[in-house]
Write a protein that binds this ligand. Structure first.
Ligand code: ADP
Length: 526
């Protein structure tokens, strides 16, 4: 039988019996057949002893059952690992960071408590998926949009807590969070923001309530279990349109991103933009890669290739949402601004008026239109999954150049073939910054995975040396990433640990999450 670290088999058997008495035998899973379902399908430790396995899983139906589970876990010092729908693939899936933890699976808590059309918000439980919420809104004919991630499975609660991103103007998922209910390790139920006021009328409308604003403490954290969360939705716009902007020269990227930042930071263009390069894509198709590796072609050679092949150096699709006449003017204004760059070219992209009826299989930017789907899986060509190295860099052309060079050099030094990743150009998932998402394939090959893990760790260091840090990471690298957030001799980590020790003294909640270990395990982790 698998047991949590430091827990005797006898105690664990007793604890499982108590879990069963508390929440019902059918909701406590301890056979290997059942618990294996919670392993990370994209584990970078495939077939290695370090691959974390849960010892059991428990699926409570509400806060009272969570409180009972916490009481038992505190008695036996059993580590729990919380998941909402457990679809956090590429970042650990539903598997715990600490092998032997008991997965606290909140899938049964799947009530949509409110969707408010006038003020565009929802209040949901953790087991509500993006598909559930979308379906509910469609069935009721409400004129609000959700903002699903790519891919659209998973839950608004889990994804927002991980600070995931989507594609519509509400793309910063934690930024769209408003008010939560949290169960603390001692069983106390806290409502944040206006929710602290009994009978509050604005829990999902006004974020801050009174006093210190604590919601952020529960994101990417192990300080509590979120059982309800408010999320802001987007009123259904009248229209959506895309405008494609392309520039020809390498250095055009500097004014290109300058104008782009102005347009995005002013709310003129909204949603997520991906910087593209038809020229670098062409070079990658010839085996050259997108990164700027040492010994690669010079700028003049690349610009000549661009002319010969008639390819733009840089390109982006900008998104506009709003009243039809407003989006038309925004696109017109966008073209006016970009006209400052000699040789710039514009193309109209796709355009929709809402409500729209998309046919099944019809090509459309579904995620940008708030429609959850799984088509991203068709785009990512990796057999056994992938994991993502995702640093945040400034939203400037200079930073893009620097990152292509720095990571190009790192790839060369580490001997990684330029093709051994996807997506090296920035996305604007979060306001005022870019995120690079380097996907590394997971293989059913221990040696290759070991090498990839080493490369990953090195890239975290290289990024940190340039002032760039990851926005989120796989459980396997949470310590590595938190190690580089080290200002003032790890003052932030020390603060996190002080909080952890105060609110979860037995260290039952998600040990190791984001590099935060409870006191009793800290030494063993070095
Ligand atoms: P999704 O539902 O989007 O698939 P997951 O359930 O995989 O997301 O959750 C992603 C991560 O977020 C988990 O590994 C966990 O650390 C954290 N998390 C998820 N749900 C909760 C919750 N209700 N309370 C606290 N942390 C959570």
């Amino acid at each position: 039988m698998r047991v949590p670290p430091g827990v005797s088999e006898k105690d664990f058997v007793d604890a499982l019996k108590q879990f069963e008495a508390a929440i019902g035998k059918e909701w406590v899973f301890s056979s290997e057949e059942d618990t294996d379902l919670y392993r990370d399908a994209y584990s970078p430790f495939w077939n290695e002893p370090e691959d974390p396995v849960p010892s059991a899983a428990v699926a409570p139906d509400g806060v009272e059952q969570i409180q009972k589970i916490f009481k038992i876990a505190n008695t036996y010092k059993i580590p729990l690992w919380t998941i909402s729908t457990g679809r956090n693939l590429a970042y650990g899936g539903s598997a715990p960071l600490l092998s032997g933890s008991v997965v606290l699976d909140l899938k049964r808590m799947n009530r949509i408590l409110e969707v408010n059309e006038q003020n565009a918000y929802a209040l949901v439980e953790p087991g509500v998926s993006y598909f559930d919420l979308y379906k509910y809104i469609q069935e009721k004919g409400l004129k609000v949009w959700i903002d699903p991630p790519d891919p659209g499975w998973g839950s608004p609660v889990g994804n927002s807590l991980e600070r995931g991103g989507g594609r519509t103007p509400m793309r910063d998922h934690f930024g769209a969070q408003c008010g939560m209910e949290v169960v603390l390790a001692n069983g106390d139920i806290v409502r944040t923001g206006m929710g602290a006021l009994p009978g509050a009328k604005t829990w999902q409308q006004y974020r801050y309530g009174f006093g210190p604003y604590v919601d952020g403490m529960f994101s990417q954290s192990n300080f509590g279990v979120v059982t309800k969360m408010g999320i802001w939705l987007m009123p259904e716009p009248e229209a959506y349109r895309e405008g494609i902007v392309q520039v020809q020269k390498h250095d055009d990227l500097i004014p290109f991103v300058e104008i782009l930042s102005y347009l995005m930071n002013s709310g003129i263009s909204q949603g997520t933009m991906l910087l593209e390069s038809p020229l670098l894509d062409y070079r990658a198709s010839q085996g050259g890669g997108v990164l700027d590796a040492p010994g690669g072609p010079s700028v003049a050679e690349m610009e000549k290739l661009a002319r010969d092949k008639n390819l733009a150096y840089w390109s982006a699709t900008l998104h506009f949402y709003g009243p039809a006449k407003v989006v038309d003017s925004q696109w017109e204004y966008t073209q006016e601004k970009f006209s400052a760059i000699p040789g710039v070219q514009f193309k109209d992209g796709r355009a929709y008026r809402f409500p729209v009826e998309l046919k099944e299989g019809e090509e459309a930017p579904r995620v940008a239109l708030g429609i959850p789907n799984l088509s991203i899986f068709g785009l990512i060509q990796s057999t056994h999954g992938h994991m993502d190295f995702s640093p945040i860099i400034p939203m400037t052309g200079e930073a893009v150049f620097e990152s292509l060079k720095v990571f190009g050099e790192a790839y060369a030094e580490l001997g990684v073939p330029p093709k051994n990743q996807f997506f090296a150009l920035p996305w604007s998932f979060f306001p005022r910054s870019f995120v690079l998402i380097f996907g590394f394939p997971i293989e059913h090959d221990i040696e290759k995975n070991r090498k990839t893990r080493e490369v990953f760790k090195r890239l975290v260091q290289v990024a940190a040396e340039h002032g760039w840090g990851e926005y989120r990471t796989h459980t396997a690298f949470m310590k590595t990433v938190s190690d580089v957030y080290s200002f003032n001799n790890h003052a932030l980590r020390r603060f996190h640990e002080t909080l952890k020790d105060a609110i979860d003294p037995n260290g039952i909640l998600s040990p190791g999450k984001s590099g935060i270990w409870p006191k009793r395990m800290r030494e063993a982790q070095g």
